[in-house]
Every structure is written in structure tokens, then in C-alpha cells.
Design a protein around this ligand. Structure first.
Ligand SMILES: Nc1ncnc2c1ncn2[C@@H]1O[C@H](COP(=O)(O)OP(=O)(O)O)[C@@H](O)[C@H]1O
Ligand SMILES: [Mg+2]
Length: 292
């Protein structure tokens, strides 16, 4: 499947444009500031419901206009997104999608830009966000689980902030839920990272890259444990006093991280800018291979 036709209205500096793409590689060229990156941005938006350049949708709407419009046709489906300042409307084949999570995964778009080396340099939050987004595209239940965990953690932290012995019982109930949800999330993250590592090690041949690539998943529980759920529960039990003292939940998938090692050294400490960029490209292409 590929995007045959793209039409943009009031997107960035573009009034109206209709582009027909060919199956295969398409090159977009033009003077500075004509809107080349904006076209790529609109395509990215179709699959990710967000831009790679900004987290503020307002910036995408042409100055002084009320909304922007992205229309795309593949051989199978028609996608339509209207971006307003405070919301977006999504349609596939004219059928509205009220929930973003139902829409996500319908059109898989992998973006790559030089800034993507943030993946290695930036905070764990960004790397978790990357994982969550990519896994959610292929697994809706995963997305629901992560949303539930966030909600329960909020509740738990509230209880910790005003802790008294009566709240312990509620926390125990929450911890049981957390253990079950988080064991599923951890298993899926671990599996996903393993597949990505495998794919990356075959993808690297394309770049004549000879080193071993390892993707390491760091979480708060031992991955090889026989009963992950019980293990998590016991960590929460043992950590409760510390949690009460610090008034926050210290263990959980909300602290997870992953990183890339080449030749057993963490990439951000070892590889050059160029090599790091290539590694991001290897990872993005591997992703594309996985969700194909
Ligand atoms: N919301 C907006 N309304 C109008 N113009 C915009 C908006 N956002 C960005 N621009 C302008 O759009 C132009 C196109 O940018 P861009 O797509 O990055 O160009 P290119 O990649 O072709 O160099 C820029 O000159 C920028 O100032
Ligand atoms: Mg550009």
C-alpha cells in the first residue's frame, strides 16, 4: 500500500496542493521555504496524529485560517484529517473516528529526520514515548494497558501523599492491578525490543555496518523471572515504606528505558554524530520492516 494522492489545504504555508505519488521512491525538491518539509510533515501526521517538528497543532494551520486539511488516498482507503486549534477530526473512507487510538495503526508511517538522534541523547521519557507509540500501532490492548497504569499510578501517588494506615488496603488493591497490567506491558516491551534488535542486525548490512547491535531494555524487575506478576507485587510491597516516605511510586514501567549498544558500549558515549544518525535510520527502517 502506498499513498497515491495527497491534498493539503491551509497546511503551514500551503493554500492548496494536490500531489500524485508514484509507487517507489518519490523526491520532493524546491526552493527554500516553499513547503517541502511541510508536505513530509503532513504525510507523517497522517500516520502519527502529530508532527515531528512541533507538539503544537496550531503551528500547522495556515496563519489566520481556522483549520488545516490533509486528505490522502491509498489504493485501499481514503484518509481525511481536519486540524483545528484545539481538536482534530479523523475520517477513513468518510467514517469518523472519534478516538485517536482507534485510528492509529490504520496507516503506518515511519519518519526520519536528523533531529531523531534525540532518541539516544535525550531523556528516558522520549524513548519510552517512542516505544509506546510504536507498540500501540500494532497492539491496541497495549495502549489501553499503559493508559490504565498511568491512571492507577496517579491514584496511588495521591494516596501516598496523604498516607495513613487505612489507605494501605487500597494501595494493596491498586498494586495487584499494577502487577497484572505491568507484567503484560513489560513482556510486550521486551518482545518488541528483541524483534527490533533482530531486525536491526539484518538491516545493518544495507549500510555495511559490521558491529553487533544490541538493544537493551531496562526495567525495574528481572525479565527472566518465572512469575513476573508476583515479582512486581513483591517489589511494590518491599518498596512501600520508601514510597510513603517520598510520597511517590518509585518503581514501575513509568521509569523504563532502553538503549542501543554497539560493540557493547552505549551508542551515545561511543559513536560519532554521523554513526548515531545512521543507527537511527537503521532502527527506523527496521521498524518499517516490522510493521509492514
Ligand atoms: N502556520 C503557518 N502559516 C503560514 N506559514 C507558515 C506556517 N508555519 C510555517 N510557515 C512557513 O512555511 C514555510 C515553509 O516551510 P518548510 O515546509 O519548512 O519549507 P521547505 O522545507 O520547503 O524549506 C516557511 O517559510 C515558514 O515560515
Ligand atoms: Mg525543509
Amino acid at each position: 500500500m502506498y499513498i497515491k494522492q495527497l491534498e493539503l489545504n491551509n497546511f503551514r504555508n500551503i493554500d492548496n496542493i494536490k500531489i500524485n505519488f508514484e509507487d517507489g521512491i518519490n523526491l520532493i525538491h524546491g526552493e527554500n521555504g516553499v513547503g517541502k518539509t511541510s508536505i513530509v510533515e503532513a504525510i507523517y501526521y497522517l500516520g502519527n496524529l502529530g508532527s515531528f517538528r512541533t507538539s503544537d497543532d496550531t503551528a500547522l494551520i495556515k496563519d489566520k485560517e481556522a483549520f488545516a486539511n490533509i486528505d490522502a488516498k491509498t489504493s485501499e482507503k481514503e484518509f481525511n484529517i481536519k486540524i483545528f486549534k484545539d481538536k482534530k477530526e479523523l475520517k477513513i473512507n468518510e467514517i469518523p473516528f472519534k478516538k485517536y487510538r482507534d485510528y492509529l495503526g490504520e496507516l503506518n508511517i515511519i519518519g526520519f529526520c536528523p533531529e531523531d538522534i534525540y532518541l539516544f541523547k535525550d531523556s528516558p521519557r522520549l524513548r519510552r514515548g517512542f516505544l509506546d507509540k510504536e507498540i500501540s500501532k500494532i497492539d491496541k490492548k497495549y495502549l489501553m494497558d499503559t493508559l490504565k497504569v498511568n491512571k492507577i499510578l496517579k491514584e496511588r501517588n495521591k494516596l501516598l501523599k496523604s498516607f495513613d494506615k487505612y489507605k494501605k488496603e487500597v494501595i494493596t488493591i491498586l498494586d495487584k492491578k499494577l502487577a497484572s497490567l505491568q507484567s503484560r506491558i513489560i513482556n510486550k516491551r521486551s518482545k518488541f525490543i528483541k524483534s527490533l534488535e533482530e531486525e536491526a542486525n539484518s538491516m545493518k548490512q544495507l549500510f555495511e555496518y559490521k558491529y553487533d547491535i544490541s538493544l537493551i531494555y531496562n526495567t525495574f524487575v528481572k525479565l527472566d523471572s518465572d512469575n513476573l506478576e508476583n515479582e512486581i507485587l513483591s517489589i511494590y510491597e518491599k518498596g512501600l515504606d520508601n514510597d510513603i516516605e517520598r510520597m511517590v511510586t518509585n518503581n514501575g514501567v513509568h521509569k523504563d528505558d532502553w538503549n542501543v549498544r554497539v560493540n557493547d558500549i552505549e551508542i551515545k558515549d561511543y559513536a560519532s554524530q554521523g554513526e548515531q544518525r545512521m543507527m537511527v535510520l537503521i532502527i527506523k527502517l527496521s521498524l518499517a520492516q516490522m510493521i509492514k
